[in-house]
Design a protein around this ligand. Structure first.
Ligand code: ZN
Length: 321
């Protein structure tokens, strides 16, 4: 049931189908602008509803729990998510947990083990559910963050089934925003991979370099600038590898490879505190021994590292035993 609609992106770029880039749902962009579309869906018993509380959704037996309207607590922000090939799906997003009069969470089950975050479960979900979950978190983040007009400060109304906000004072529409960020697997002429340790990760977790695209900048220029800023390395030939949404809160990660002109490393000392070149053998040994951590799971960084490595990296021995 999870994958009844084929992903229309039949030819993925080099990284393949990333965990958060497998959406199959028809978002129904032409239907969402019909006035009263949410009322139509609310009245239809075939509509399925997804409840999101603080970015978490109920997941049971590896599937998102979609429920009938009667079981949905009142007071959430309603947003149309799309048609999955069987059902129309509506999101009900709560910034904080809705509670009943006796103080219990009222969004269906109260079992905290069923309420899970996107990053924790995305890789294990089917394509439909992973796509719905990432869409829901992304649009919910925007809805909860943007309530006042950035031009005049007036209160905004929700339109287009949750996808547009309208300033009544100026009759202006505001649309959801996404922040593009580049992330780069840099290799030298010996095909060693450059990884950096971010201060925020404690200094022993190494990953690919990344940064936000600045206004007025191309993706390729952002790759060259970010790498130079964080590592002192000059790169050429930025090559696009694939992308996935990363709604924490609103990024789109664009994966690249690039070739280093030199190998001298100068960590910026603020964000990146250590930098190392790794051969495949060195990286596998460092991961196996547990001396460093590398990105795992749903991140595009993990996909970039394993694309270069040529397979799945070994487990740390202390965890594998
Ligand atoms: Zn305004």
């Amino acid at each position: 049931m999870s994958d009844t609609v084929q992903n229309p992106v039949t030819s993925f770029p080099a990284l393949g189908a990333l965990p958060l880039a497998r959406a199959t749902t028809d978002r129904g962009c032409e239907r969402r602008t019909d006035e009263g579309w949410l009322d139509v869906l609310r009245a239809d018993p075939a509509t399925r509803h997804l409840v999101l509380v603080g970015g978490r959704a109920r997941v049971l037996d590896g599937e998102l729990v979609l429920i009938e309207l009667a079981a949905v607590p009142a007071g959430g922000t309603e947003i149309y998510l799309g048609f999955d090939g069987t059902s129309e799906i509506v999101l009900h997003s709560f910034h904080d947990a809705p509670v009943t009069s006796d103080g219990q969470p009222s969004a269906g089950s109260t079992d905290p083990e069923q309420w899970l975050g996107l990053r924790d479960v995305a890789a294990g979900l089917g394509a439909r559910d992973a796509g719905l979950f990432v869409e829901a978190v992304a649009i919910a983040n925007w809805n909860h963050a943007v309530n006042f007009c950035p031009r005049c400060g007036g209160k905004l109304d929700l339109r287009a089934s949750g996808w547009v906000k309208h300033c009544p004072a100026e009759d202006l529409e505001h649309f959801p925003r996404t922040d593009p960020a580049v992330i780069v697997a840099i290799t030298d002429e010996d095909d060693r991979l450059l990884l950096g340790a971010n201060k925020a990760w404690g200094g022993t977790r190494f990953s690919t370099l990344a940064g936000f695209v600045e206004p007025g900048e191309s993706l390729e220029s952002a790759v060259i600038r970010e790498v130079a800023e964080e590592s002192g390395v000059v790169v050429r030939n930025p090559r696009y590898m694939g992308s996935q949404p990363w709604p924490f809160p609103r990024s789109l990660m664009l994966g690249f490879t690039a070739t280093a002109v030199g190998t001298e490393l100068v960590p910026d000392g603020e964000e990146i505190i250590d930098l190392r070149w790794f051969t495949r053998e060195e990286l596998a040994e460092a991961v196996r021994s547990g001396s460093i951590g590398v990105p795992t799971g749903t991140s595009i960084a993990s996909a970039l590292v394993e694309h270069w490595y040529g397979g799945v990296l070994p487990e740390p021995e202390r965890l594998a035993n």
